[in-house]
Design a protein around this ligand. Structure first.
Ligand SMILES: [Zn+2]
Ligand SMILES: [Zn+2]
Length: 731
């Protein structure tokens, strides 16, 4: 009987291999548990993937593990299988993928202990017993009053909302035996209060069609205009799964996890859900992950990485706004959460629901190939149809801080009728261009191939890519002329202009510069809830998710930005954004209107927008993509390199290309590059790319299978590093 056996571990390193260690024979060696492992001269955390009893390895050369961290698996077999698939499909190192699937809190050596939450309640709920506290201890009285309201008790987080200094007060009450605590193992089960809203005939029809298809894997696309009630369909489907004792993962884009949505889920399902997003601490996200994992709550409502939440009884995955590009992770492990979610649903043989007012071209083409079920929702349950969209031709118009005279007329009419106005401008700062009128000098970033944006309020020129900042020069640094001017309009300038023009109307700006946190956004949006006339200015932060019932006019100031972009995705994204913004108005009890300022009123995309015909736009774009041989009719894989010198980045990709060329079917691919990336210098590093395109996925796969082992030997360093991007979002 040997005293040890061998096990292999995933370690979060950009190296495409697993690592063998020795473990004691009496170690339970549970797959998915974490260990501390000696690694070169230090220690690393690894996740146990497999034990291999009889090994040809030389036991003398294999190090023993240092310490076992977990008593139970932190990653179940299903998630590990999903990680293996991701690693293979996206060609990412397995170790990094495995750690990506763990909550951030557990990626190091922190102990995994079931999170236990205390709940305090009154020993005796007779109000006369606490009433006598009032004159002597008002704070104790206040806490007792709150506990009286909530017979099932309050948690520390909830008590903090009553009094931020709750702890000594509650301790004093415990000592007086007025209050006691217990472990809150289960949610208090606050009863879902509301009556279910009536379904529209379209909603009812979609549900009737989906229901018989719920017992197995299938992808369902809810293709419904903004305001058509997709969320209500999600909630009904969640309800059914909860009644069957199943759990549900409900994903929304980072920006889409609004308080409105949280309140809606809460009012329907009480407290049997957790939320997870990047605004929470690692520990809070871990708590949410753990409560869901243990089945204490049934719904995980979260952003991209919540997809990896463990569950023994997952019955449904929902991806709202499935077209949103924030589902793609663009750094570290590159993956698309929608596509991984579909794979997860397939592996578990459960249904997945995608929803969007402007579905991605990928999903539309999948519907056309009959691999997805598609349900159309073209009506708004409120009385009003989608707002009519009107184009304002700005070619021969003098603009005042970006707005045409006609636009002002619309704004004034809506304000006079007590409407709220939303103005969308996806450019923050005061002005995007600062230059010298005499010599043509421009304010450029010293680290990036990008212009610095003028931020007037802080008297700074700022790079939006790397954060580089400098004072506004008083004279031109090149010719000494004292007239440095700015061009173009950002949200800051628009806010200033509108405030001066409409001094009696509140003007609210929402962008990254003024909204530092979710709480700040929440308080700003609360001002809108009053329904008083006001103007809301914002970047893409306001385009999604939020429901503003009093907005009657949406204005898109610069619809042309993306029309002639170098990116082949630009038109798709532009159309999606414009529909989203225009769909924000008229969602309450008043009719809405939307206007777009453009210099290209005859452009087919603008014309299709006026007809409110996203499907036509999507069909046209799909045809274009088919002709050009772009996704979804082709697969794109990009090798990217970045280095302190452009030559080094290109050289690394040249080496990769040489290795790819040795594969037998290389000639049937189209291979472009190496070439400098569109934005060559970013944050002080030069970037280059090598792009593989093929309509035949099998060929692409075969070339990579043959050449990857050699390519992986190339290694990365600080001087020049490379990565691979499968199904690259853009070229
Ligand atoms: Zn100059
Ligand atoms: Zn920069």
């Amino acid at each position: 009987m040997p005293q040890f056996r061998f096990a292999c571990f995933a370690i979060a390193l950009p190296i495409r291999r697993v690592f063998d260690y020795r473990i004691e024979a009496d170690d339970p060696a549970v797959v998915g548990t974490r260990y501390r492992l000696p690694f070169s001269s230090g220690v690393k955390t690894g996740v146990l993937l497999d034990t291999n009893g009889a090994s040809e390895l030389d036991p003398e050369r294999i190090k023993p593990v240092q310490e076992r961290l977990d008593h139970e698996a932190v990653l179940g077999e299903h998630i590990l299988a999903l990680a293996r698939w991701m690693s293979e499909y996206y060609l990412q190192p397995l170790g990094e993928v495995v750690f990506q699937c763990l909550p951030g809190y557990l990626r190091g050596a922190r102990p995994h202990q079931p999170v236990r939450v205390k709940r305090w309640c009154l020993v005796n709920s007779d109000p006369t017993l606490t009433a006598e506290l009032e004159p002597r201890s008002p704070r104790q009285f206040e806490i007792c009053q709150a506990l009286l309201q909530q017979p099932s008790g309050l948690t520390a987080i909830e008590l903090k909302q009553v009094n931020t200094n709750w702890h000594p007060v509650v301790k004093a009450l415990e000592a007086k035996q007025i209050v006691r605590w217990e472990w809150a193992e289960k949610p208090a089960g606050r009863a879902p209060a509301e009556e279910l809203p009536e379904l529209s005939s379209e909603q009812q029809r979609s549900l009737t069609e989906i229901e018989p298809r719920l017992h197995r894997f299938a992808v369902h696309l809810l293709d419904g205009i903004t305001g058509s009630g997709k969320t209500e369909i999600y909630l009904r489907l969640i309800q059914q799964h909860l009644e069957d004792g199943m759990q549900v993962i409900y994903l929304v884009p980072e920006i889409g996890l609004t308080n409105q949505l949280i309140e809606r889920v809460e009012s329907r399902f009480g407290d049997c859900f957790v939320i997870s997003h990047s605004g929470l601490t690692d520990f809070q996200r871990y708590q949410a992950w753990d409560r869901f994992r243990r089945g204490e709550v049934s719904i995980m409502l979260g952003t991209r990485s919540s997809l990896f939440s463990q569950s023994e009884k997952l019955g449904l995955i929902i991806i709202d706004e499935e077209h949103d590009h924030s589902y793609r992770q663009e750094d570290g492990v590159r993956y698309h959460a929608r596509d991984v979610a579909i794979k997860r649903a397939q592996m578990l043989d459960i249904p997945i629901i995608l929803g969007s007012a402007t579905p991605s071209l990928e999903s539309i083409s999948n519907c056309e190939r009959d691999t997805y079920f598609r349900y159309r929702l073209d009506q708004r349950p409120t009385r009003f149809p989608p707002p009519p969209i009107q184009l304002i031709d700005v070619r021969n118009n003098r603009l005042e801080f970006g707005c045409a005279a006609q636009t002002f007329a619309h704004v004034e009419r809506h304000l006079a009728q007590s409407g709220q106005v939303l103005i969308y401008l996806n450019r923050r700062g005061f002005a995007p261009i600062v230059m010298c009128h005499e010599c043509g000098w421009q304010s450029l970033c010293q680290n990036c191939d990008a212009r610095l944006t003028l931020h007037q309020s802080v008297q700074t020129l700022l790079c939006h890519h790397c954060g580089f900042a400098q004072r506004i020069p008083e004279v031109c640094p090149d010719c000494g002329h004292n007239e440095v001017k700015h061009y173009g309009i950002g949200t800051e300038q628009l806010e200033l202009g509108l405030t001066q023009r409409y001094p009696d109307t509140p003007v609210l700006r929402i962008d990254r510069d003024v909204i530092a946190s979710r709480e700040a956004l929440k308080s700003r949006l609360q001002q809108l809830q009053t329904g008083e006339p006001c103007i809301l200015i914002g970047t893409q932060m306001i385009a999604k998710g939020h429901d503003y019932p009093a907005i009657t006019l949406s204005v898109v100031l610069d619809a042309d930005q993306a029309l002639f972009s170098a990116s082949y995705r630009a038109s798709e994204r532009l159309a999606q954004t414009l529909f989203q913004v225009s769909g924000r108005s008229g969602r309450g009890d008043r009719e809405g209107e939307a206007i777009l300022q453009t210099r290209f009123t005859d452009h087919p995309l603008m014309q299709a927008l006026v007809r409110q015909d996203y499907r036509q736009i999507a069909n046209d774009l799909l045809q274009e993509r088919r002709l050009l041989g772009f996704p979804p009719y082709a697969r794109v894989i990009i090798f990217r390199a970045d280095a302190i010198e452009l030559k080094a980045a290109l050289g690394k990709l040249e080496e990769i290309r040489t290795l790819l060329e040795t594969a037998s079917r290389f000639d049937s691919l189209s291979c472009v590059g190496p070439m400098p990336a569109l934005m060559t210098r970013r944050i002080g590093r030069y970037r280059a790319q090598l792009c593989l395109v093929s309509q035949d996925y099998q060929t692409l796969r075969s070339v990579l299978q043959q050449s990857m082992p050699a390519i992986e030997q190339l290694g990365s360093s600080a001087r020049v590093s490379w990565s691979i991007d499968v199904d690259a979002y853009d070229l």
